[in-house]
Write a protein that binds this ligand. Sequence first.
Ligand SMILES: Cc1cc2nc3c(=O)[nH]c(=O)nc-3n(C[C@H](O)[C@H](O)[C@H](O)COP(=O)(O)OP(=O)(O)OC[C@H]3O[C@@H](n4cnc5c(N)ncnc54)[C@H](O)[C@@H]3O)c2cc1C
Length: 310
Amino acid sequence: MKNFEAILPGDVAECLDVLAGHGSDAAILAGGTDLFVLMKMGIRTPNLVIYTGGLRELKRAERRDGRIVLGPAVTHSEVAGSQLLAGLEVLKAAAASIGSPQVRNLGTVGGNIVNASPAGDLYPALLALDATVVLKSTNGDREVALEDFVTGPGETTIEPDEMLVAIRFDEPGGKDGGKGRGKVFTGFAKVGLRNALAISVANAALVARAEEGKLTGVRIACGAVAPTAIRMRGVEEVLEGESPTEALIEEAARIASSECAPLSDIRATREYRCHVTGVVVSRLIRRARTELLDADTNMDSPKDTGTHAD
Ligand SMILES: Cc1cc2nc3c(=O)[nH]c(=O)nc-3n(C[C@H](O)[C@H](O)[C@H](O)COP(=O)(O)OP(=O)(O)OC[C@H]3O[C@@H](n4cnc5c(N)ncnc54)[C@H](O)[C@@H]3O)c2cc1C
């Protein structure tokens, strides 16, 4: 690895001053689980590394004005164990599925987003939550929809003098802090080549509510199936305002498979990824049906509570 200087700034303001002076010659280091790999491979060669993983300002997770605000330096372990996020299975399961305990203890929410891997697990979960990201520089702040922030594999709209300072989203359970979440479903499912320490071959995240026996506010995002994780808008449309019968779930799975545009790689062929995306999407819809609607409608549906699909 090429030699580099490292600094430990005392706060975000100091980070921003350093970034303003160095631009693309500097790299932010949070957990290092992606950055150091890229530096060892010679793909990233910063002369200056700015360690932000210890900054308390960036490690907060809180409820503010009915929204959840996550600091980018919150780790995957912290997400998975968070009381604040207790009702957000989509986020907790995605975080818990990442790597190994060591990776989850170091790896951060912000690093996962900015690294912009098409197979990243938190990104689809946050897409399904319709999250935004707050970017800061010495010139001010801007808030961008997460969907517009990631533009391709490893590519985002972040500028060299900017850093990610927050991730925000509305609580699907509403401003009561999730007390009404009995009628909200959030879930995440992932298929890897093994049950642990596996990068996603396909993953899916679903957020939906139940109203009068129908699904509403349906948001589905899938990862590892296109250059970036994507919202499955065709699937959302077909489910919105409907009670998901088996026939509708099969149609949703077909649409999900057809909305994929993955590459074949060492982990899976394009055809397998498309097929398995339909499988994980249909499993999530069945889980939503079981948790939200079956008590009301008495539908006969199979149980599947696992995070990993086989
Ligand atoms: C063995 C192993 C297994 C893994 N398994 C998975 C897995 O199953 N699923 C998965 O999704 N990922 C996995 N990863 C990838 C990785 O752990 C995650 O992407 C992690 O979330 C990255 O966070 P980090 O804090 O380590 O980021 P870093 O490596 O510190 O940084 C990553 C990128 O984000 C930038 N960055 C970080 N914070 C900020 C900020 N605040 N503002 C601006 N830029 C910032 C850095 O400059 C860098 O470009 C794995 C990695 C390893 C090594």
